[in-house]
Ligand binder design. Structure first.
Ligand SMILES: Nc1ncnc2c1ncn2[C@@H]1O[C@H](COP(=O)(O)OP(=O)(O)OP(=O)(O)O)[C@@H](O)[C@H]1O
Ligand SMILES: [Mg+2]
Length: 318
């Protein structure tokens, strides 16, 4: 289990006019965040640029020491019990490489085998599975510096998974990948989670990743946790409009108050916002017409999340 309780992290801001001043200002990157992630969960961690996502991941993985609060992964302190923690976790930072630039993938993995003390047989089996799943064969013999971004990321993911970690932290793993590679990575993550029970915390700006993979999502902005729950609940909090289309038998009877109303023959379309209490309009129009078919198109996830970021930004300003 991952437990984070009242986590805080501040970064010093340099005073460029006088770098020797002792009373340096601090930028609060993570501000009193608490959550737990149970074994086997696949959780999305999203937020706008500079929200504090990578800083959180760095504290969870033991790269950074929190300024306040505590982190435990299966009871282990990731910073002070770094070696024990490293055996349990796999980490991928999309923006940074953990592969050796001038080595071939094969050589890198052999180095990791020794670092993690993976037994020969286990190493051979694991590597052949990852090699096949991530389709590494076509660039197996090239040095890492010659790989394309998508190829390198597949190599990175194999490196993060080589020692069969129970916890996987992914910080923007699909950045810069084409749709086919993204799809393959998503399938792999699903499989790791479902079949092997790997607990995954996934940071991404690609909301499709979250929609397709995560039952739970945490949203952070300005270092504060804004939301922690299911995607469905997140949608229901959204103030963006849904679009309703109704096929009516005979001439439609229209009521007042429908926004963005359009009519095309027997089909009518209008906007609906449950948070504005417009659900009853739908009940009324259904009540006074002979409805053949009805579709409600929820706002796209991008709009739901944009709405949440905007509202949190406004609250912060106030
Ligand atoms: N090493 C550092 N020194 C000073 N400030 C930092 C440092 N690393 C991050 N920050 C600041 O902390 C805040 C949070 O950064 P963080 O990298 O955690 O954001 P993020 O949510 O991962 O953003 P992105 O989506 O752009 O990757 C930002 O304001 C950033 O400028
Ligand atoms: Mg980041």
């Amino acid at each position: 289990m991952i437990e984070a309780s009242h986590l805080c992290k501040n970064y010093p801001i340099k005073n460029h006019n006088n770098p020797f001043r002792k009373d340096r200002q601090l930028r609060c990157a993570v501000d009193d965040i608490s959550f737990t992630v149970s074994p086997g969960e696949l959780v999305g961690y999203i937020g706008p640029n500079g929200a504090g996502k990578s800083t959180t991941i760095k504290m969870l993985t033991g790269i950074l020491l929190p300024d306040g609060g505590m982190v435990r992964v299966d009871g282990i302190d990731p910073f002070y019990q770094r070696k024990q923690n490293c055996r349990k976790i796999g980490v991928l930072f999309g923006q940074r490489s953990q592969l050796w630039w001038h080595l071939r993938l094969d050589d890198t993995y052999r180095l990791l085998k020794h670092l993690y003390e993976i037994p020969d047989e286990q190493y051979r089996k694991r590597l052949s599975v990852l090699r096949e799943m991530l389709e590494l064969d076509s660039f197996w013999d090239q040095p890492v510096r010659q790989l394309s971004l998508g190829q390198r990321m597949r190599g990175e993911l194999a490196a993060a998974l080589l020692h069969s970690p129970s916890y996987l932290y992914l910080d923007e793993p699909t950045v810069g990948m084409d749709v086919l590679v993204k799809e393959r990575i998503r399938e792999l993550l699903k499989e790791l989670n479902r079949q092997d029970g790997v607990t995954i915390l996934l940071t991404t700006h690609d909301l499709e990743d979250v929609e397709r993979l995560c039952s739970r999502v945490m949203v952070i902005n300005h270092g504060k946790l804004l939301y922690d729950g299911t995607m469905a609940q997140l949608r229901s909090r959204c103030t963006a409009d849904a679009t309703v289309t109704i096929d009516i038998q005979g001439e439609p009877t229209i009521i007042d108050g429908l926004r963005n109303f359009r009519q095309k023959g027997n089909q009518i379309t209008f906007s609906l916002n449950r948070r504005l209490g417009e659900g009853q309009l739908l009940a009324q129009i259904v009540g006074c017409n002979h409805v053949r078919d009805i579709t409600i198109q929820e706002p796209p996830i991008e709009e739901v999340v944009r709405d949440l970021y905007q509202r949190s930004g406004e609250e912060e300003q106030r």
